[in-house]
Design a protein around this ligand. Structure first.
Ligand code: PLP
Ligand code: SF4
Length: 347
């Protein structure tokens, strides 16, 4: 067994396996896990420093997951936009293709909470069906492999899927959405990287939410990927009690760039049932963005995105730097709150 498989095989799934020091309400955890399973591998568990810290909140079940009634099972209508099982075709030129139903850790705020770790949603048949769909749709130029976590598949399976997708002439780029560099960096082995680099242009979008997740191990995993020419982006989720603080967000974004990960999106948390204790106001996200923009390197600044309910797709939202139009000038406001006119240049 490889080291990462060993780590996974020691993951905890039951309340009584939780470290005593954390003093978690076991009855509450038992209750939640009958609806939404728990799975925390020892590496990620080890990042918890104390009860209710940012890592704890992402990993340990909270009774509010089953007591609050807000939100929707499938807020993004991924099922409704699914021409074949496991594949979502929402935008004309790209698809979201679920190729794995395992994750290295079950995030309590996951927007596929209804699926992750539960019924079999990915099989050899759905993978074959997805590949056939992509092959027969020549408009698809970007394939986003997701799940679950695609990098929890075996090297052999990853090689198989990537070869099939890469052999389709109209597919220009392949993306892998994976939380492994954060939650199980040991999975990024030299062997895996040798496989991945055969399928360029290949992009990875990973998912870090807090500076304490940026460890030596995570940094090493990202170096291996970046050295193989794989651009790494980050899709962070804005979560109450985890990272809804401008100082923490700034530190996270700066640390990501240090490990060669480019912030891509900062997501407003989706309106998923059982996650409302993580929700933040839109104003909170906008405030955080205005504390980043201009203050730190542009490389450290993600776009703040909302994924619209019912399959509307993602839209960027931004603090407003335009204060109005006056005759032939636009009145702007900069990151320090100073106003500047800018000519409209109408002819
Ligand atoms: C997010 C998403 C994509 C990728 O969107 P980008 O903005 O290009 O990163 C593609 N398909 C679906 C269904 C998605 O939800
Ligand atoms: S790794 Fe991603 S898909 Fe898996 S539980 Fe976390 S957010 Fe959900």
């Amino acid at each position: 067994m490889e080291k990462w498989e060993q780590i996974l095989s020691n993951a905890i799934t039951k309340a009584r396996e939780l470290p005593v020091l954390l003093n978690t309400d076991e009855a509450a955890v038992d209750k939640v896990t009958t609806s939404y399973p728990m799975f925390i591998n020892p590496y990620y568990l080890g990042l918890i420093q104390k009860k209710e810290d940012a890592v704890y909140r992402q990993a340990i079940p909270d009774i509010r997951e089953v007591t609050d009634g807000k939100g929707f099972e499938d807020p993004l209508n991924e099922e409704g936009l699914s021409p074949v099982p496991g594949l979502t075709h929402k935008y004309p030129d790209r698809v979201l293709f679920l190729v794995s139903n395992r994750c290295a850790m079950y995030c309590r705020f996951c927007n596929r909470k209804r699926k992750v770790g539960r019924s079999i949603m990915v099989t050899d048949e759905t993978i074959k069906g997805g590949i056939d769909y992509i092959r027969s749709n020549r408009k698809i130029r970007d394939v986003l492999l997701s799940g679950g976590d695609p990098l929890l598949l075996s090297d052999q399976k990853i090689h198989h899927i990537l070869s099939k997708v890469r052999s389709i002439p109209h597919v220009e780029i392949i993306r892998i959405g994976t939380r492994v560099p954060c939650t199980l960096p040991q999975r990024v082995t030299t062997q895996l990287v040798l496989i991945l680099k055969q399928f360029h242009p290949l992009f990875i979008n990973t998912h870090f939410n807090h500076p304490s997740e940026i460890t030596l191990e995570a940094s090493h995993a990202c170096s291996l990927l970046a050295d193989a020419g794989i651009p790494i982006g980050c899709q962070t989720v804005l979560l109450k009690g985890v990272n809804d603080d401008p100082k923490i967000m700034k530190e996270l974004m700066q640390k990501l760039v240090r490990i060669r990960v480019r912030p891509y999106y900062l997501f407003q948390a989706d309106l998923v049932k059982g996650t409302s204790h993580f929700w933040t106001s839109l104003k909170k996200g906008l405030d955080i963005m205005s504390r980043l923009q201009g203050h730190i390197s542009g490389l450290c600044i993600p776009r703040f995105m909302i994924d619209l309910p019912n399959g509307g797709g993602k839209i960027p939202i931004s603090p407003n730097y335009i204060r109005g139009i006056k005759k032939d000038e636009m009145m702007t406001i900069n990151y320090l709150g100073e106003t500047y006119p800018y000519p409209l240049l109408t002819t």
